[in-house]
Design a protein around this ligand. Structure first.
Ligand SMILES: Cc1ncc(COP(=O)(O)O)c(C=O)c1O
Length: 394
């Protein structure tokens, strides 16, 4: 009788908290790990995960490598249909694949939207605190950023809500765009259909174009739907720009592959031309990875979401036990937004690094006194990071 071959070791995956098989990223040019290179600081800042991409995605990249030719590459035929099928299947958003334009990053998409859809000195509304490029890109494009603070609302699931009075007070005749971060980074707020309909009505009243960054749409941790802004039954939704990418969900940021969904044909023509030699083409490995993630990545994504929700709950419990700190509960993302203003620590960021943990500094998000913690690492590393966080504020 033939002896059966030994069974292969279990694949590293979200089910085991990625205790096995998380590669050492040091010395690989990983931005996250290089920041405090050579120091005993656990990096929990920039939003990428320490987990390897799903096997299905790695296989697609290998197959593309085996093809062996990496010439200039435009959106391959399977790219837009894979995205359209993903959006329809997961989010009930029906788009024409012709509306999809590949872009090397969502940030690039935001920057292009400022230049194409607003004139110099026009104003772009954005809810704060927010992912830093929302605050800096308008100015870099010669447009103006108008911040509207999100309101603390203990009754809201994420603890944060839109302040419609502040929004109404902020709009002027020069306002052209409303940049929505949905789900919102750093608070993890998933805007509801009612929230979005109110924004759509507001945008219509003031002739604003909504640009909705939905890069976090596939990492909703609670049992609530992500409602794409473009899926609303409203004229503002039919004329919006949606920006998406597989990079957060399947950990592909280094492959520089995202997409803009532009229902207007004239915008698509101008968008493609607008890079003006500054925006590079996408690369074939990014396209291969994106297509595989959208087509085959959902089982892995669902397991990941379970792990991230457990990490969120673990981290919330740990933060609640640290005097002077309070965190709101993100409904989405793997980011925890922590208010350190009652801790008596003058510089929370410096205190954290001193204690061996490296979060993002709230100042970059327009919120001094806050830190943002990235929870997407192996569970044992998260636990050690949380121990160090307690030490920083002890
Ligand atoms: C809301 C949001 N948009 C965009 C990005 C970055 O997108 P990209 O790497 O595709 O430019 C991030 C990264 O954390 C993000 O949180």
């Amino acid at each position: 009788m033939a002896i059966p071959p030994p069974s292969p070791p279990p694949l590293p995956g979200p089910d085991d908290g990625f205790r096995t098989g998380c590669p050492d990223r040091r010395g690989t040019g990983a931005e996250k790990w290089d920041r405090w290179e050579g120091r005993d600081v656990i990096p929990m800042w920039v939003a990428d995960m320490d987990f390897p991409a799903p096997p299905e995605v790695l296989e697609a990249i290998r197959a593309r490598v085996d093809h062996g030719v990496f010439g200039y590459t435009a959106d391959p035929p399977g790219f837009a249909p894979a995205l359209a099928a993903h959006l329809a299947g997961r989010h009930g958003l029906s788009i024409d694949p012709d509306w999809v334009v590949g872009t090397p990053g969502v940030v690039t998409g935001l920057a292009l939207s400022a230049r194409l859809l607003a004139d110099p000195d026009d104003e772009i509304l954005t809810f704060a605190p927010v992912y830093p490029p929302f605050l800096s890109l308008p100015g870099a494009a010669g447009r103006r950023c108008t911040r509207v603070e999100l309101a603390r609302d203990a009754g809201a699931p994420s603890g944060w809500a839109i302040d419609h009075d502040a929004l109404a007070a902020a709009v002027t005749p020069r306002t052209r765009l409303l940049w929505l971060c949905h789900p919102h980074n750093p608070t993890g707020t998933v805007f509801t259909r009612d929230d979005l309909l109110a924004l759509a009505a507001f945008a219509s009243r003031h002739s604003l174009t909504v640009v909705s960054d939905e890069i976090w749409a596939d990492l909703v941790l609670d049992d609530v739907p992500h409602v794409p802004f473009a899926s609303l039954d409203h004229p503002a939704a039919r004329g919006c720009v949606t920006l998406v990418a597989p990079s957060k969900t399947w950990n592909l940021a280094g492959l520089a592959c995202a997409a803009a969904i532009l229902p207007e044909a004239s915008w698509r023509r101008r968008w493609r031309a607008a890079g003006g030699g500054l925006v590079p083409m996408l690369n074939p490995l990014g396209y291969a990875a994106a297509e595989a993630a959208w087509r085959h990545g959902d089982p892995w994504r669902r397991r990941l979401v379970r792990l991230l929700a457990a990490h969120r709950d673990r981290a919330l419990e740990a933060v609640a036990a640290i005097p002077g700190l309070s965190a709101t509960r993100p409904q989405a993302t793997y980011l925890l937004w922590i208010d350190c203003r009652s801790s008596g620590v003058a510089d929370p960021m410096a205190a954290c690094v001193e204690a061996g943990i490296g979060p993002s500094d709230g100042r970059d998000f327009g919120a001094p006194g806050f830190i943002r913690l990235n929870l997407a690492c192996p569970t044992p590393l998260l636990d050690e990071g949380l121990r160090r966080l307690a030490k920083a504020f002890s």
